[in-house]
Design a protein around this ligand. Structure first.
Ligand code: GLN
Ligand code: ZN
Length: 748
């Protein structure tokens, strides 16, 4: 058999590419220096993959920012506004990726979206009437040649035409149909050129095939590929899918003249059934994604070999998706061996493919032994508690409207109450002081008095400008998930397990190692401290179980539902402690609720919402009717799951809506959304200071759709990434705007 991968992480072992690229952004190095750095990095990665024993190696999986952007740029799918400016190639590329403000003009970055069900983000290609599709760059060819000169004959990878068209946004009345023919011509040119350079295979990534496909989608795919495959220029074409199975189009796909088809046997629940029911054609090669491209755990060889025994003989072993979504190597971690032996990151996954391919007996034996051991001592009591949860544990009583009637007079807030989402600017000073404390350079007393002073100042500012519900500012927290992870039992933390999130940005999710429990209060100290300093109400501030789970590396020996319930019980204890200590409003953030929503709509409820929403309800079901529960979500894209959001049964929800709130407000209206809402009235992702008038305008738009007594006024997310100056000015304007609108309402 043969082995391959779909792609390799490109930021480098210690995120070298990030740091080098950011130097280039700051003009500290020239473009050619960055290019030659990248060239060396590609060489290192190809050789590493080769030395691990992988037989077929991809190229063009490298990217300075994003592969979808690379494909758009390759085909000249570049907005005219940008094209018209006198950029050189790399400058133009980064202008598209990050925006540009300078001597050559003013360019907004392309919109960025979540890449399927990952935490990676791609740049959305923009098709315009003036878009002329043609070959525009040579990256794919250059990188093929580069590898060839190293003696490595690679398989160039490119996003396929179907997914490219599906992900694009269309302007000036255009649609995907308008570009299909032109697009096929350039794909064909790429085939011809690669064949002339000596390539034998090309990989076309078509992850959009794992979504629910309509008849039109299927027709589009089939039309595109019937034409494209009619002239392959002598290349073998691999159709690569991932993040699920292709149940809607498998039958058609196997009759098209592809030479190889890549299927995901990890997330593709039906992949095995598909290839067994309608046998995979003998003249094609199956690329079987059997090593998980998203998790950090070792592959269970026995299970995988069982699966492989059911697959056709002409199978190439590969990963379930690009290794882009996992960290680089376990070698760079300092975990004790008892922990380390369970992990496999990108580099180790290469070895797994080779072990499985060669049936390496020693490796099989070692693997078997690891999976036979008891990895952790299970928390039997916790498991029993979860098993015994019953319906009442998920229901807060009395019902929403009765609680609302009790809370309103008790809290005694003005109409259109103003508040913030929780964090205040994390200045250099805040971060520096925290790291000094972590390194042991300052005592706990010194650190605590620093945090106390920050809280005092933050409260004083909020009182001074007249916000109604105050926050303590979250100065003691590094990150909304890591902070709770560190305080809970059951987590471990890596040193270097970074995963690319977008561009040069990485995230280092904490790892859920065992059963989760809370041994002591986490936030009570600072919340009660803040409350003791003011007569106004200070909101307690927690991260919800679904978000903590979604931004961690989950376990696989128990379901993510089970881990989420464990988290929910731990956060429930925290909620009850806050309440017992006099905190009257508690916000439980579910910023990442939408993150793990299944790709197929048919799975939304049964596979996710049916337990994720109850997990949130579990957290607050036991509080008193007078305690007001808030939640916050970062995506305004919840129109399609609006009922589920209402079913979280929070008293108030704030969300990101400052840019495109209108359609969501309509949806809230249509669905008789019961929860009180704080649609963000200004965008915190930009340093701009919104004027009083601007905010009033937004508030009035909200009031046109939502009953006044349901509306809260707040920014659209936490303020920790913002500077102090713009934050203060923006919040002052927010309070002024709310006051003026209140007055206008009273005068009416
Ligand atoms: N309470 C958090 C904060 O204000 C929420 C952050 C988020 O939504 N991502 O920082
Ligand atoms: Zn947010």
């Amino acid at each position: 058999m043969t082995t391959t991968i779909i792609g390799f992480p490109r930021l480098g072992e210690f995120r070298e590419l990030k740091f080098e690229t950011e130097k280039y952004f700051r003009n500290e190095i020239a473009a050619d220096e960055l290019q030659s750095f990248a060239k060396n990095l590609r060489k290192k990665h190809w050789q590493l993959v080769q030395e691990a024993g992988i037989t077929e190696i991809p190229s063009n999986d490298f990217s300075f920012y994003d592969n979808t952007l690379d494909t758009a740029v390759l085909f000249n799918i570049i907005p005219k506004k940008v094209k018209d400016l006198a950029f050189d190639e790399l400058e133009e590329y980064f202008a598209l990726a990050r925006g540009y403000q300078g001597a050559k003009g003013d360019v907004h970055a392309l919109p960025m979206k979540k890449w399927f069900n990952t935490n990676y983000h791609y740049l959305v290609p923009q098709f315009e009437k003036t878009t002329t599709i043609q070959l525009n760059t040579t990256k794919i060819f250059d990188e093929f040649i580069e590898a060839k000169e190293l003696g490595i004959l690679t398989r160039p990878v490119i996003l396929g035409p179907f997914t490219l068209l599906k992900l694009g946004q269309y302007h000036d009345g255009t649609s995907s149909q308008d570009f299909a023919t032109q697009l096929l011509t350039v794909y064909q040119e790429v085939f011809t050129k690669l064949a002339a350079l000596g390539a034998e295979w090309i990989q076309l990534d078509e992850p959009s095939l794992v979504l629910d496909l309509s008849q039109e989608d299927k027709a589009l795919f089939i039309n595109l590929y019937e034409t494209l495959l009619a002239n392959k220029a002598g290349l073998n074409v691999l159709l690569q899918t991932y993040f699920g199975d292709i149940r809607d189009i498998y039958g058609e796909v196997i009759t098209l003249p592809f030479d190889g088809i890549g299927l995901d046997f990890i997330e593709g629940k039906e992949s095995l059934a598909l290839v067994t029911k309608t046998p995979f054609p003998a003249e094609k090669r199956l690329f079987a994604g059997v090593v998980n491209g998203k998790n950090i755990w070792k592959n269970n060889y026995i299970t995988t070999l069982d699966l492989l025994a059911k697959l056709p003989k002409q199978t190439t072993l590969t990963t379930s998706c690009s290794l882009l979504h996992v960290p680089y190597s376990v070698e760079n971690e300092v975990f004790p061996d008892t922990i380390k032996q369970h992990f496999a990151f990108a580099k180790e996954k290469l070895t797994e493919l080779v072990d499985l391919d060669t049936c390496n007996q020693q490796a099989l034996a070692e693997n078997k032994q690891i999976f036979e051991q008891e990895r952790i001592v299970p928390n039997k009591e916790l498991q029993a508690n979860i098993a015994h949860l019953n319906e009442t544990d998920f229901v807060r009583l009395p019902a929403f409207s009765e609680r609302e009637a009790q809370q309103t007079p008790l809290l005694n807030l003005p109409t259109l109450p103003t508040t913030t989402i929780g964090s205040f600017p994390q200045t250099k000073e805040v971060k520096l002081t925290r790291s000094k404390f972590k390194r042991g350079e300052i005592t706990k007393e010194t650190y605590d008095s620093f945090v106390a002073q920050k809280i005092d100042d933050c409260l004083a500012f909020q009182e001074e400008i007249g916000l109604d519900v105050l926050v303590h500012g979250e100065f003691e927290r590094n990150d909304m998930v890591e902070f709770f992870g560190e305080a809970l039992d059951g987590y471990v933390f890596s040193k270097n397990a970074w995963v690319q999130s977008y561009g040069t940005r990485g995230v280092k999710p904490p790892i859920i190692w065992g059963d989760i429990s809370r041994s002591k209060p986490i936030t009570v100290q600072w919340s009660t401290y803040a409350q003791s300093k003011t007569d106004k109400i200070v909101k307690g501030m927690l991260t919800g179980p679904v978000t903590i789970l979604n931004w961690s590396f989950p376990r696989e020996d128990i379901t993510i539902q089970e881990s989420t319930y464990q988290l929910a019980l731990a956060i429930q204890e925290e909620v009850l402690d806050l309440e017992a200590n006099g905190i009257r409003i508690i916000q439980i953030d579910e910023a990442a609720l939408r993150e793990k929503l299944p790709l197929r709509q048919t799975d939304w409820h049964t596979e996710y919402l049916d337990w994720a929403i109850p997990a949130f309800r579990l957290v607050h079901s036991k509080v008193q009717p007078e305690t007001q529960i808030h939640t916050h979500m970062c995506y305004s894209e919840f129109e399609d799951i609006i009922q589920a959001i209402d079913d979280m049964d929070a008293d108030v929800i704030s969300f990101e809506a400052s840019r495109s709130n209108l359609s969501l407000l309509d949806a809230l209206n249509r669905n008789h959304f019961k929860t009180q809402v704080g649609p963000g009235v200004y965008d915190i992702h930009s340093p701009r200071i919104p004027s009083v008038e601007e905010i009033k305008d937004t508030i009035n738009k909200v009031l046109a759709k939502i009953p006044t007594e349901k509306v809260w006024i707040n920014p659209d997310c936490g303020l920790k990434t913002r500077g102090e100056k713009e934050t203060y000015a923006s919040l002052e304007n927010l309070v002024q705007a709310a006051k003026q609108v209140r007055k206008e309402l009273a005068d009416d």
